[in-house]
Structures are given as structure tokens and as C-alpha cells.
Design a protein around this ligand. Structure first.
Ligand code: 13P
Ligand code: SF4
Length: 329
């Protein structure tokens, strides 16, 4: 950026800053404005769209993303993308899901290190062993997994539809992997017997019932919304449990005076922008994988068309079937 262009840049990006001024101090904006301006131009140049998960930071979520949402919404929207290039501002399994559902598009992830502790917890060989141990029991796989694991599964689910998917199978017992807590929370809701796997989200497993009790003691009247990747003891003492999109809907509809979103840190910032009158209490845990994605890396992805997500066709076909079955259920 040349010195003479700096004032122009600030004028051009002023409407974007207006969106996020409640969560980004004005002194920080000049550090973001140049990348945002460049990314908007690069998107036009390359016919690209940016899909961003609800855990992305506000300068990504509110200033460069074309489509935002939870894992389920991002999967559905990826399928409909018309543009040539999809940049997935989220983690690797989300980019793989986008590629599975819209294979003709070039799908980029700005940092290949944006993984997930759940996806890391299980391999395709583990699923094959589970099938041997529980013959005939259907395998429901959380989307937070590699395409290779999805390929070994009967159907996928997200936190937004896990109950519906398990119930849609109409069987008394399922294998649900790899998130042990999500599986236990769904077993409690449905009464279906669930064989679990000992995978955990490194963000949500750190919350405890004692944390929630402390919050309630310190913030009278607070409404507690928890993600279903939290341990069952946390869900048991919360007022509502749902996916990141379900939490956003709850806040929009119920408009609690004071609320805590028991999930990743950026959620509260992103939602607070739209609800200036609500008091968001913000103890939260950072997802180190989601935070690998930054504006400079998104800019670089568009400049270099890196890192392209590819999936072995032998894996892609069965993995796609498991994801499509979920979307059709
Ligand atoms: P949802 O946005 O689908 O609720 O998932 C949360 C999550 O942990 C994604 O990494
Ligand atoms: Fe994975 Fe948890 Fe991070 Fe989501 S928040 S990407 S489930 S580690």
C-alpha cells in the first residue's frame, strides 16, 4: 500500500468498519483494511466466494465472507455455489465436504494446518474394526472427520441434525463417531443405544458444570447456551443446547438480556455485532485450528490458488454418498 493510497483505502473500507466497530478497536482497523480491500478485488478477479464458519474472527466473518454458517449450512451452501472457486474459511474437513458436494469447483483452504481434534481422533481402519465388532449396526459419522472416515460410514450428521439423523434410521442401536460427548448427548435425547468413540473437541471438552455454576453465581439471570460437543454434565446444567447456528437463532428469537455462548471465542463477537443490546458474557475457549485462518492467508490463497483440496476418487464416491444421505434425510 503506498502512502498516498492510505486515505482512499480508509474511505473505501469505512462501511465495512462500521459493521464491526463494536468488536474491533479503531486502532486495529488499518492492520486489516489493506487485506480486506485486496481480498474483495481478488474474489472478483478469480470468480471466487468465501464460505466462513461461525468461529471465524469478525474481520473475516463480517467483512470478506460471502456465506457464513454452521457446518450444516456451509455444506448445503457449498453445493449451490456457482462461482469457479470456493475459499473455505474454516477447517479442513469443511473444505473436504465442500469439495465432495461440488466437485467441479476449485476448493481452497488458506492453511493446511487447520485441522480438528475430532477428525484426528479416528481413521478409516478404526471404523472397519468397529463394523467387525458390531456387525449390522449402522455407522453415523459426524462431519468433523476425514473423507476417508466418511467413506466407511452409512450416513453423516452435524451438530445441527444429529438427533434427526439417528432417529431417521429407525433402529435401536447405532455406532456414532467420533465425538463421545455428542453421542452421549444424543443418546440421552433419543433413547437409542449408541456405541461411542473416545474422540473429543479440544475446545468444548474443557468446559465443566462447575464453570456454568460459577457463571450463574456471578451473573444473575444469565441464559446459558451450550454446544452439544460439550460434556453431558455441561449440557445438563445449560438452558439450551444446539449447533452454532441454533445458538444464533435462539439469541435472535429469545433476545435474552444476558447470555453466555459455551463454545469457541469468536462466536460471541460475531453474534454481538448484530445484537448490541444483549450483554454477552464471554468466557470461551479458542480453537487453534480455526484460528489458523487469517486475512493475510486468505489473501495469499486467492493470489496463489493454494491450497487446493483434492480427494482420492475411490474415497470421494462413498464419502459423498454418506454426506448426501444426510442432506436427503
Ligand atoms: P457447528 O457449527 O456445526 O455447530 O459445529 C461446530 C464445530 O465445532 C465446527 O468445528
Ligand atoms: Fe474441531 Fe472443536 Fe475446533 Fe470445531 S472447535 S474445529 S470440533 S477442535
Amino acid at each position: 500500500m503506498s502512502l498516498s493510497s492510505a486515505p482512499d483505502l480508509m474511505v473505501r473500507t469505512a462501511p465495512l468498519y462500521d459493521r464491526v466497530k463494536s468488536v474491533i478497536p479503531s486502532i486495529e482497523w488499518p492492520a486489516f483494511a489493506g487485506d480486506i480491500d485486496a481480498i474483495l478485488e481478488l474474489k472478483r478477479e478469480h470468480d471466487a466466494v468465501i464460505l466462513a464458519h461461525n468461529y471465524q474472527t469478525p474481520e473475516i466473518f463480517h467483512c470478506v465472507a460471502d456465506i457464513v454458517g454452521d457446518s450444516l449450512a456451509l455444506a448445503r451452501e457449498a453445493m449451490k455455489v456457482d462461482a469457479k472457486v470456493i475459499v473455505l474459511a474454516g477447517v479442513h474437513f469443511m473444505a473436504e465436504t465442500a469439495k465432495l458436494l461440488n466437485p467441479a469447483k476449485r476448493v481452497l483452504i488458506p492453511d493446511l494446518g487447520a485441522g480438528c481434534s475430532l477428525a484426528e481422533s479416528i481413521t478409516a481402519a478404526d471404523v472397519r474394526l468397529l463394523r467387525q465388532r458390531y456387525p449390522g449396526v449402522p455407522v453415523v459419522t459426524y462431519v468433523n472427520t476425514s473423507a476417508a472416515v466418511k467413506a466407511e460410514s452409512d450416513i453423516c450428521c452435524t451438530s445441527g441434525n444429529a438427533r434427526k439423523i439417528v432417529e431417521s434410521l429407525g433402529v435401536p442401536k447405532v455406532i456414532m463417531l467420533p465425538d463421545e460427548y455428542l453421542a452421549q448427548n444424543i443418546a440421552a435425547e433419543t433413547g437409542v443405544e449408541i456405541v461411542t468413540w473416545a474422540g473429543h473437541c479440544e475446545v468444548h471438552e474443557r468446559f465443566s458444570a462447575a464453570d456454568i455454576q460459577q457463571l450463574r453465581a456471578g451473573h444473575p439471570g444469565i441464559v446459558v447456551l451450550a454446544h452439544p460437543e460439550c460434556p453431558p454434565e455441561v449440557v445438563a446444567v445449560s438452558d439450551f443446547t444446539g449447533s452454532t447456528a441454533a445458538m444464533i437463532d435462539y439469541v435472535g428469537k429469545e433476545k435474552p438480556t444476558r447470555v453466555v455462548l459455551v463454545t469457541e471465542c469468536s462466536m460471541s463477537d460475531n453474534v454481538a455485532v448484530q445484537h448490541p443490546d444483549i450483554d454477552f458474557v464471554r468466557p470461551c475457549n479458542l480453537c487453534p485450528h480455526m484460528k489458523q485462518i487469517t486475512l493475510p492467508k486468505i489473501r495469499r490463497a486467492l493470489e496463489t490458488m493454494q491450497h487446493e483440496v483434492t480427494i482420492d476418487p475411490a474415497v470421494a464416491a462413498p464419502a459423498r454418498r454418506a454426506v448426501e444421505r444426510m442432506l436427503e434425510a
